[in-house]
Design a protein around this ligand. Structure first.
Ligand SMILES: [Zn+2]
Length: 300
C-alpha cells in the first residue's frame, strides 16, 4: 500500500529546524505542487538547493512537515510564484506516478497538510488570524487560544463475504468518486459511532444487508481525501438480497473468488482486501501474478 515505504523510515516527530539545502521543498498553491522535470521525463520533488540563491529565501518561509530517512520535507506556501523553467505546478494526481514510491507518499501526505493549513488560516471560534504552534504540528489562535490539529477523517471500508462470494460495488460517476473500478462498501464514521456501528450502518445504507463477525483487518492513511481508512471483513447474516443505494452506487453484486478481477495496482487497502479474499493472502496474490507472467512468457 501507498504508505508501505520500508526500508525507508517516515518520522513525524515535530521539529522547528530551519530547512537546509538538502531538504525537500514542497512549494504549493491551490492544491498544486511545484515539481521538477527529471532526466527520465518524470516529475520529482525539488530540494531547496535546486533553487540556487532563491532556495535560501524559500527556506526562510518553510514550515517543517516530516522526515524520511533523516531528510526533512518542508511546506512553502507559494501564492502567485511563477514556476521556473523545467518546473510546473502539478495536481496531486501526478504523485501517483512519481518514483520512487516513498516520494509519492511524501508528496501526497504534504498536500493533506497544505489543505489543512489553508483551511485554518483564521480561527473558527473568534475569526482572528492563526499562528503556527511553537511546540507541535498545530495552529493556535493568539486571541482565544483555540488549537487546531491536522484534519483526519476516519472512514471504514468493508469486505462483505458469504462463503466463496464477496460484494463489489461501482460508484455513480461524480466529482467525489473519480474511481471507476470495482470498489468495496465504504463510508465516513459519524458522530457517536464505533467503527463497528459505522460498518453496520454503511452496509445497511449502501446494499441493504445485515452482517455478523465483523473483524478488523488493517488501516491506511489516504491523504487524497484527508481520510484514515479502517478496513474490516464482515460476513453476511441472513438474507443475501442486495438493495442498492441508487444515489451513490450504480451497481453492487456478489462475485465469486474466480470472478473478482485481479488488481493491477496494490496501493490501496481496498485493492489489498479484494486480493486477500481472492487468493488468501497478499503473498499468494503476488505468487499468482508471477505465475501468470511466467505462463504468458512461455505460452507466446
Ligand atoms: Zn480565536
Amino acid at each position: 500500500m501507498i504508505q508501505d515505504i520500508a526500508p525507508h523510515r517516515f518520522d513525524l516527530t515535530y521539529k522547528r529546524d530551519k530547512a537546509s539545502g538538502d531538504d525537500y521543498a514542497l512549494c504549493m498553491e491551490n492544491n498544486r505542487t511545484l515539481l521538477r522535470k527529471n532526466a527520465a521525463g518524470g516529475w520529482e520533488i525539488p530540494r531547496f538547493s535546486d533553487f540556487g540563491k532563491d532556495g535560501e529565501d524559500l527556506a526562510d518561509l518553510a514550515y517543517y512537515l516530516f522526515s524520511i530517512d533523516g531528510t526533512g520535507y518542508y511546506y512553502v506556501k507559494m501564492p502567485g510564484y511563477p514556476a521556473p523553467a523545467g518546473y510546473e505546478f502539478c495536481p496531486t494526481s501526478v504523485f501517483r506516478s512519481v518514483e520512487p514510491m516513498y516520494q509519492a507518499f511524501a508528496g501526497i501526505t504534504a498536500t493533506q497538510l497544505h489543505r489543512w493549513k489553508e483551511s485554518r488560516r483564521f480561527c473558527g471560534r473568534c475569526g482572528h488570524e492563526t499562528e503556527d504552534s511553537l511546540t507541535e504540528r498545530a495552529v493556535v489562535c493568539p486571541a482565544c487560544g483555540q488549537v487546531e490539529y491536522p484534519k483526519i477523517s476516519p472512514a471504514v471500508i468493508i469486505a462483505i463475504t458469504d462463503g466463496d462470494r464477496m460484494i463489489l460495488t461501482r460508484y455513480r460517476p461524480s466529482p467525489d468518486h473519480a474511481y471507476r473500478g470495482y470498489a468495496l462498501v465504504a463510508g465516513f464514521v459519524e458522530i457517536g459511532e464505533t467503527f463497528e456501528d459505522t460498518v453496520r450502518r454503511e452496509i445497511m445504507e449502501e446494499v441493504g444487508l445485515r452482517v455478523r463477525n465483523i473483524r478488523y483487518y488493517k488501516s491506511q492513511p489516504w491523504a487524497f481525501s484527508d481520510t484514515e481508512m479502517v478496513g474490516f471483513f464482515a460476513e453476511l447474516d441472513g438474507d443475501d438480497t442486495i438493495r442498492v443505494q441508487e444515489d451513490e452506487l450504480s451497481e453492487a453484486n456478489w462475485f465469486t473468488r474466480d470472478e473478482i478481477p485481479d488488481e493491477t495496482v496494490m496501493n490501496s487497502i481496498g485493492s489489498e482486501m479484494k486480493m486477500v479474499f481472492k487468493y488468501g493472502s497478499v503473498e499468494k496474490y503476488y505468487e499468482a501474478v508471477e505465475a501468470k507472467k511466467r505462463k504468458e512468457e512461455q505460452g507466446v
